[in-house]
Write a protein that binds this ligand. Structure first.
Ligand code: NAP
Length: 323
């Protein structure tokens, strides 16, 4: 793809919005504080494309109408965020395997040719975004090993599916509300994904320490540590994190959470949540564009754009978890 970065094309100005402008965006409710427009537009601008990524506030009662309306208006695709990730499935022509297994769609690809009936295909780039960021952080899940996943919400489902698909030998899901972890495990067992490698547990400090002993990877998928309660952590105070663990925190605001600080102070390797956020965005954009996208390059640029957007916001409490 010709672009500013390889010197083949001068940078375009954002002023050019015309009949050729291609649209993508993010549907959520609310969506005003999503970081996705900043990170997608940063890449589109650097590529010199006449594309825009727009926030689309869509009330839960209108998801299907909004999706069909966007397709009719010629949108090339949309991201879908809280609270629509499940509801949107009913309006799609096709749901990719990983999105169906996870139970959430975060990306919809729309047929580019507005003259034909537009086909709406939903997928979930959080799964590949997580695995890719894990590998970029130096952890190879295909090597097997044991993972402890704390939390059993939407993000946990993508993480657990990713770890099992990538080849981890064993995954323990621990949650404050144990029944939610049990439901996650039962769902994946029914789908044939777990194959005896997945177990559920209540989240208590004692059980966490026990599960982490000898494990290879610890992933926090809870909201603990997220702004404004930045002193919260899943890890008990005053206890060293096993130095052999890789500790991954999905929370990206702040970038270094208390958990990651505890891990770093104990000599454990850490991975922050911004890599996953950026990579799922780059993977979505790659699906929408006509030409191949250098996903590594786009991920790095999106990460940088998110970092700027986060630090630019005077009041960090304005940044929602929605992407
Ligand atoms: P969710 O579906 O609402 O799940 C929240 C999880 O946090 C549940 O397991 C919940 O446990 C747990 N939790 C909340 N408060 C807790 C507490 N005080 N003590 C123990 N556990 C607690 O949310 P989600 O969509 O999975 O998102 C979770 C986090 O991941 C958010 O911080 C979000 O920003 C982050 N995330 C990051 C990315 C990324 O790209 N980096 C992507 C997706 C999500 P209960 O079931 O007991 O309530």
């Amino acid at each position: 793809m010709a672009s500013e970065r390889d010197g083949k094309r001068p940078p375009q100005t954002w002023a050019r919005i015309d009949a050729e402008t291609q649209l993508v965006g993010v549907m959520g409710w609310p969506v005003a504080h999503s970081l996705s427009p900043a990170m997608h537009n940063a890449v589109l601008a650097r590529l010199g494309l006449n594309w825009r990524y727009v926030p689309l506030p869509v009330h839960p009662s209108s998801v299907g109408d909004a999706l069909r309306g966007a397709a009719a208006l010629g949108f090339r695709g949309v991201n879908v965020t809280v609270p629509h990730k499940q509801a949107v499935m009913a309006a799609l022509d096709e749901v990719a395997r990983e999105a169906a297994a996870v139970g959430a769609v975060n990306t919809v690809v729309m047929s580019p040719d507005g003259r034909e009936a537009v086909r709406l295909v939903g997928t979930n780039t959080d799964v590949a975004g997580f695995v890719g960021s894990l590998r970029a952080g130096g952890f190879e899940p295909a090597g097997g090993g044991r993972a402890v996943v704390v939390g059993a919400g939407g993000a946990a489902r993508a993480v657990v599916y990713a770890l099992l698909s990538a080849g981890m030998d064993r995954v323990v899901v621990m949650n404050r509300t144990p029944t939610r972890a049990e439901t996650l495990v039962a769902d994946f067992q029914t789908l044939g994904i777990a194959q005896g490698r997945l177990e559920a547990s209540a989240l208590t400090p004692e059980r966490l320490l026990q599960a982490a002993e000898g494990a290879d990877l610890l992933v926090n998928t809870t909201t603990l540590g997220m702004w404004p309660r930045t002193e919260d952590s899943i890890w008990p105070e005053g206890v060293a994190v096993p130095g052999s663990l890789v500790v991954y925190d999905l929370v990206y605001n702040p970038l270094e959470t208390r958990l990651l600080r505890q891990a770093r102070d104990s000599g454990a390797r850490t991975i922050d949540g911004l890599g996953m956020l950026a990579r799922q965005g780059a993977l979505a954009l790659a699906m929408w564009l006509d030409d191949p996208l250098d996903v590594e390059w786009a991920t790095a640029l999106m990460r940088e754009a998110c970092g700027h957007a986060l630090s630019d916001r005077r009041n960090n409490s304005e940044v929602s978890a929605a992407v």
